[in-house]
Ligand binder design. Structure first.
Ligand SMILES: [Zn+2]
Length: 386
C-alpha cells in the first residue's frame, strides 16, 4: 500500500518538508548523523534527514528504524508502524548470521511495533507481533514486557510454549506435567509425579482451594533453558493466576513449595487481599511437603552467627535479605504461627499477608509474644531487651 494512501496528511507534510530540506541542505546526511539527530531528540530533523537519505538508499533498515522511532516519539503511531515494517522488510534478522545483540534490537522494535498497532486500534495485529517476539526469544527483558502486555490484553502468553512437539505431557490427577521432548524414557518420572500429586492432596486438605483448571508443571532439564525460563539463581517459580509452575529439577526440590504458592492464592475460595514476600515464601517453605523436616533446626542453623536479633527485623527487612536466611526463617516462623497460634487467625494471615495485618489479626501483645518465643527457640536475642 502506498504511504500517501494510509495517511495523506502526514505524508504531504513531510514531503513538503523534504523539499524544503533538499533546497536548504548542501549534502545529504548519512545514517551516523541521522542517528545523532535522533539521540538529540530532534525528531523532525531525523525524519527530514532520513527521508532525504532514503531517496538514494531505499534499502536502509537502520534509517527506516530511526524514522519509526521519531514518529513514535511524536505519537504518530501509524507512521511509526509503517516505517518499522519497512525496516523489517530490509532486515536480515531472520538469517542465521544475525547476532544476539541485533536480535535484541529487533525484538525491542517488534515490541514497539506491537504497541503502535494497539495504540492505533489494530489490537489483533499488535497481539500477533507480541507473539512473534516470544517466538524469537521467549525469555529476556523485551519478552517479559511483551508477556505483560499480552496478559493485559487477556492472552495467556505461555500458550506459545505448549506446542506438543516440544513437550512430553503426562496428565496427573491435579497437575499436567510438561517434560522436554528430549527427556526420553526416565525411570524417576512416575515417582516424581506421585510425589507432586501427594503434595497437592496433602496441602489442599488444609487450603481447600477450588482450582478452575489443572496446574501446568513445566520441567526444564536443559540447564540453559532452565536459566532462561526460571532465572539464574532460582530453582523454581509459580504463577498462580496462570496455574503454572516451572522448575529445573526432577529431584531434590521440595514438592510442596510451588504448589503451596498456587493453593495459598486460591485458598478457601478467595484471593489474598494483600501479599507479602515474608508470609508468601514462608507459607511455601512451611508447606513444602518434603523439604527440611525440622524447620526450626534449619532456621537456627542459618541464623547462628548472623547479625539479626529478631524475626520481626527479618520480616521488616525482607526485600534485601539474603535468601539463605530469609527462606528458612520465614518458613520456620510461619510454621510456628500455624502450630502455636489460632488456626482461624492463621487463615486470615494467609489472606492478609502484612506485618500490620498480623498485628491486627493476632492482636499486638499475642503476636509479640509469639515472636519473642520464636526468637528464643531459634537462638535470637533481642537487641535491647526490656
Ligand atoms: Zn517461593
Amino acid at each position: 500500500m502506498h504511504l500517501a494512501a494510509i495517511f495523506p496528511g502526514a505524508y504531504m507534510r513531510y514531503l513538503y518538508s523534504f523539499i524544503l530540506l533538499m533546497a536548504a541542505s548542501a549534502h545529504a546526511q548519512g545514517p551516523g548523523n541521522i542517528k545523532q539527530l535522533l539521540k538529540n531528540h530532534d525528531y523532525t530533523g531525523t525524519i527530514l534527514a532520513g527521508r532525504a537519505y532514503l531517496q538514494s538508499n531505499p534499502n536502509s533498515a537502520e534509517v527506516y528504524r530511526f524514522m519509526s522511532k521519531s514518529f513514535y516519539q511524536q505519537k504518530e503511531y501509524d507512521s511509526a508502524a509503517y516505517f518499522m515494517e519497512k525496516s523489517f522488510a530490509f532486515d536480515s534478522v531472520f538469517s542465521p548470521r544475525a547476532t544476539t545483540w541485533y536480535i535484541a534490537g529487533i525484538l525491542g522494535g517488534l515490541r514497539q511495533l506491537a504497541e503502535m498497532h494497539i495504540q492505533a486500534g489494530d489490537t489483533a495485529r499488535g497481539i500477533s507481533e507480541l507473539y512473534t517476539v516470544l517466538h524469537i526469544k521467549p525469555r529476556n527483558v523485551t519478552a517479559d514486557s511483551a508477556r505483560a502486555l499480552l496478559a493485559i490484553l487477556g492472552h495467556d502468553p505461555d500458550s506459545v510454549f505448549q506446542e506438543p512437539q516440544q513437550w512430553e505431557v503426562v496428565h496427573g490427577k491435579h497437575i499436567d506435567y510438561y517434560f522436554e521432548d528430549t527427556i526420553g524414557p526416565h525411570v524417576f518420572l512416575s515417582a516424581f509425579i506421585s510425589r507432586y500429586e501427594a503434595a497437592f492432596d496433602t496441602l489442599n486438605a488444609f487450603f481447600q482451594a477450588a482450582l478452575s483448571q489443572k496446574i501446568r508443571y513445566y520441567v526444564y532439564l536443559d540447564k540453559s533453558r532452565a536459566h532462561k525460563y526460571i532465572g539464574d539463581d532460582e530453582s523454581g517459580n509459580a504463577n498462580a493466576e496462570l496455574y503454572r509452575i516451572r522448575t529445573g529439577f526432577l529431584g531434590y526440590y521440595p514438592a510442596g513449595h510451588e504448589i503451596a504458592h498456587i493453593l495459598v492464592f486460591y485458598a478457601w475460595g478467595s484471593k489474598p487481599r494483600y501479599t507479602d514476600r515474608f508470609v508468601n515464601e514462608g507459607l511455601a517453605v512451611a508447606f513444602d511437603f518434603d523439604g527440611d523436616k525440622d524447620k526450626m533446626a534449619r532456621a537456627t542453623q542459618e541464623l547462628a552467627g548472623s547479625k539479626f536479633h529478631s524475626v520481626r527485623k527479618i520480616w521488616e527487612q525482607e526485600d534485601w535479605l539474603e535468601k539463605k536466611i530469609f527462606y528458612p526463617v520465614a518458613g520456620a516462623f510461619i510454621q510456628y504461627l500455624y502450630q502455636h497460634g489460632a488456626i482461624l487467625d492463621f487463615k486470615q494471615l494467609v489472606k492478609w499477608q502484612t506485618l500490620e495485618g498480623a498485628m491486627n489479626i493476632y492482636g499486638k501483645p499475642d503476636l509479640k509474644k509469639l515472636m519473642n518465643d520464636f526468637d528464643k527457640e531459634v537462638g535470637l536475642m533481642k537487641e535491647n531487651p526490656r
